[in-house]
Design a protein around this ligand. Sequence first.
Ligand code: MG
Length: 310
Amino acid sequence: MSTYLKERKKKKMKFVSFQLKDGNVVGEVKEKGAQDQWGIVKKDKVIMLSGEGVPYSTLIDFIEGGEVALSYIKGLDMEALPSYSFEQVNIAAPLTVKKNVICVGKNYRDHALEMSNQDPNAIPKHPVLFTKPHTSLNHHQGTIPLYKNITSQVDYEGELAVVIGKRGKDIPKEEALNYIFGYSILNDVTARDLQKQHIQFFKGKSLDQHAPFGPYIVHRSHIEDPQNLSIKTFVSEELRQNGNTRDMIFTIAELIEVVSAGMTLEPGDVIATGTPSGVGSGFKPPKFLQSGDVVRIEIEGIGILENKVE
Ligand code: MG
């Protein structure tokens, strides 16, 4: 490994929100209203940054702090801060969104085709936009409920998530990447029958815990080219989606330009950039999620998001 690569690896900033496990209680659900801690992941440790003396109590506060916040934590002596092993913490969703998660539908050609019986007219000329509410957020290792009383077609969609770091409106695509704080992973879980039945995507995309998000946000400075990242989804070890972000129809920069036209983007806003082909409903017969399945999404340079189905 070159010295340059080693240097980059060493400094990789992966931000995480978490709760400390209480004594021996493993996997305890946090009390309602309890605030998540936040920190940075170094090797196999979580270094807590939300402690005493640090002026940013949550990861969203920190992101809102912009460049000032970033230089502040770069000046901290990480060795002197409290650190925990992954066994001592429960990973939370990186942040709670203020507006809904902004989602892009049919942003990979092959996926647009698989959802439309290979109809070439299904390839969108403008980004297809919809949202998921904050109540749908879930975290790494959180359970995905099936809601069998209302749906029988719960599906997965592995996606690169973009986290906005700077407030902006009418952002030109040439400057768009500078408005990003970092990148993460989002599983745009979808109840296909509800998605179709209610015409608009909203209900079928919005069931509680149907937006696993995380486990980390990797700072944008570590992602050389966000349009060249391998993205894979496994369901119980079977490779279902095997794509690359270079195959997006609308690039991340173009999406930010379109979304921010006449509409303010704020720090902590999340854009889920669409899913490659290989979703359950694209198979014949379809392969919807079943109880006990484990969905694992891997994005190059970003991490692994894994969730078990209830
Ligand atoms: Mg999607």
